[in-house]
Ligand binder design. Structure first.
Ligand code: SAM
Length: 275
């Protein structure tokens, strides 16, 4: 079990160090992430994003190449001041921890944050995206990044979703994970949540009768997206006030989930975004 440390620095050169093993476990297995409530984010940019956004950091591992980098030194000082243990590791140890041949030079371990339905005040935001059983970590990360880009308020994970704190999902967010609130709900919780939503509840659906460019999308908007293989479940669709469709030509059955989310988000936010 990973323990809390009070800002200190520790050199690690051995692959069998217990902290290295724990970080490997967090990278490899959802079970370890769930049990500890921690996750791993790779790279200096993500460390800087996490620290600036005030996330609790447990460890910051710094490889040899980063030790003279002023931004890495600043991140380490900041993390240490917040009680993190700074790990000075060899490239081989960094490789072992992250299970990568060419690892990043900075790797952080952070405390997870996830909201429930009761934590969300719809009137304090403009746009939430709800994902029904999203399975692909790359899609989830890309959607979180896009929600950030359009000034969205957060993402709700409904039902059995891929882990937003898996390394692949975190990587695909490019740091937006640290800026976009995430919530988790069961399908039943979501249906109650959607029924009370004060603004537009629009689901994208391949059988939607409404062109996605036509609704007025009165705020706050709850945009609901279906599962990659199965689409949106019927009772989930029934919980939404509008079923919108993105027109297609050509032979593709549907758009990729993250692409469809991006297209819909940019339409919904059309009048709020300027160069
Ligand atoms: N076979 C699935 C189906 O029948 O719905 C395809 C799912 S699609 C890959 C994943 C999700 O992206 C859909 O549930 C929907 O939310 C959204 N989507 C993809 N293409 C769309 C389109 N042209 N119009 C509306 N939503 C679309």
């Amino acid at each position: 079990m990973i323990e809390k440390h009070q800002g200190a620095v520790k050199q690690i050169t051995s692959h069998s160090n217990p902290i290295v093993k724990e970080i490997k476990g967090l990278v490899a297995q959802r079970k370890h992430r769930n049990q500890s409530g921690l996750f791993v984010a790779e790279g200096l940019k993500l460390a800087t994003d996490a620290l600036e956004a005030g996330w609790n950091v447990r460890y910051l591992a710094i490889g040899p190449e980063a030790r003279n980098n002023p931004a890495a030194q600043k991140a380490a000082a900041n993390a240490k001041a917040r009680g993190a243990l700074i790990l000075e590791v060899s490239t081989a140890v960094m490789s072992a921890m992250t299970r990568k041949d060419n690892p990043q030079t900075v790797v952080g371990v952070y405390e997870q944050k996830i909201l429930s339905a009761q934590d969300i005040d719809p009137t304090s935001g403009v746009l939430w995206v709800a994902l029904d059983r999203v399975r692909d970590p790359g899609n989830l990360g890309t959607i979180i990044r896009t929600v950030d880009a359009v000034g969205g308020s957060g993402v709700v994970l409904v039902g059995d979703c891929t882990d937003p704190f898996a390394v692949e999902a975190v990587r695909a967010t490019m740091g937006s994970l640290f800026h976009v609130p995430l919530a988790k709900m069961t399908k039943e919780e979501f249906k109650t949540f959607a029924a009370k939503w004060p603004g537009t509840v629009a689901a994208t659906h391949l059988k939607g009768a409404v062109d996605y460019r036509t609704p007025d999308y009165s705020e706050p908007v709850l945009l609901v997206m279906g599962n990659e293989q199965k689409g949106l479940e019927d009772d989930m669709a029934a919980a939404c006030s509008t079923l919108i469709r993105i027109p297609q030509t050509g032979q593709a059955d549907s758009l990729n989930l993250a692409v469809a989310t991006g297209v819909a988000l940019y339409e919904i936010r059309r009048n709020h975004l300027e160069l």
